[in-house]
Design a protein around this ligand. Structure first.
Ligand code: NAP
Length: 286
């Protein structure tokens, strides 16, 4: 089975739109994205975030700064948004220019408006099993996994990669579902052997086609977070961290790249914005 992330993302956006339409009162959720510099990929991500936010009824604003902006000016802008009652979600598009400390910027965002889920308060709440704004990509992976395996209890899951945006929060989400989770990284020995025992593999590494057929157990579920640009026959192609062609006949289900995890990330950002809005406004969750 190939997991259609585009379709699941569409369904999630439709649900968000319907929930926003049902809101009483005259205030709508507001999302502000801060974009610094001219990074081409960031420009595309932000454009898509704005487009989908507006489609579901979220008031979306993008504030653009030159890459020469000082850290203090950026923090002051975030503080203004923290105090703006029309803004419920704040996202600072990463990566930031080298002279700006990413951790300090993330910590300046009000945790209630931290729709990326990167603030230590949200990270801590997620690890403690409390309600939290959860990073969008692992949240999207979680929804895709639940579509295929509604009950994850007791499964052996392997998360490849331990980044703060993907691997670590993914691990917490799976632990909450009673999986036995192994997290592997660049210093892990015998990754292949560990993966072979997994019922569920989430690959978030950034190495094209790293996970091969002999790494996986028959009927495993594979979620491929990787987005890697490679050249094939002189043309640019996007591939995941899993060798899709090699493994697809061995698995129970797998996400394609593109069209798997990617579309879920923005849909989950919109969901986080609505969640933040409901919490800040004192609405019951929809
Ligand atoms: P990252 O911060 O670079 O982290 C990569 C992780 O992979 C690290 O934990 C690293 O281990 C581990 N790793 C590197 N080489 C390895 C190896 N040979 N064996 C096992 N583990 C290894 O990457 P990221 O930001 O999590 O992104 C991972 C991938 O997901 C990238 O392709 C990125 O483009 C993609 N991505 C997709 C989305 C989406 O919306 N679909 C969103 C974000 C990212 P160490 O910790 O030991 O260095």
């Amino acid at each position: 089975m190939i997991i259609d992330g585009k379709k699941v993302a569409e369904e999630l956006r439709a649900k968000i739109k319907s929930d926003i339409n049902k809101l009483t009162g005259n205030q709508k959720p507001g999302l502000t994205v801060i974009l610094i510099g001219e990074d081409a990929a960031s420009q595309i991500y932000v454009k898509n975030k704005e487009k989908f936010a507006n489609e579901v009824g979220i008031n979306s604003t993008v504030i653009r700064f030159k890459s020469s902006i000082s850290e203090e000016d950026l923090k002051n802008q975030i503080r203004k948004l923290n105090n703006d009652n029309n803004v419920h979600g704040i996202l600072v598009q990463l990566p930031l220019p080298k002279h700006i400390n990413q951790r300090d910027i993330i910590e300046t965002i009000d945790p209630k408006k931290d729709v990326d889920g990167f603030h230590p308060i949200n990270v801590g709440n997620l690890s403690s099993g409390n309600d939290a704004l959860v990073p969008c990509t692992p949240l999207g992976c979680y929804y895709l996994i639940k579509k295929v395996v509604p009950n994850l209890s007791g499964l052996n899951a392997v998360v490849i990669g331990r980044s703060n945006i993907n691997g670590k929060p993914m691990t917490q989400l799976l632990l909450k579902e009673n999986c036995t989770v192994t997290i592997v990284h660049s210093k892990t020995k015998n990754i292949e052997e560990i993966c072979c025992r997994a019922d569920l593999i989430i690959a978030a590494v950034g190495i094209p086609k790293m996970v091969k057929s002999n790494w996986i157990k028959k009927d495993a579920v594979i979620i491929d977070v990787g987005i890697n640009r490679i050249e094939v026959d002189g043309k640019n192609k996007i591939v995941g961290d899993v060798d899709f062609d090699e493994v697809q006949n061995k698995v129970k289900a797998i996400t394609p790249v593109p069209g798997g995890v990617g579309p879920m990330t923005i849909a989950c950002l919109l969901e986080n914005t609505l969640k933040a809005f409901n919490k800040i406004s004192g609405n019951a969750p929809q």
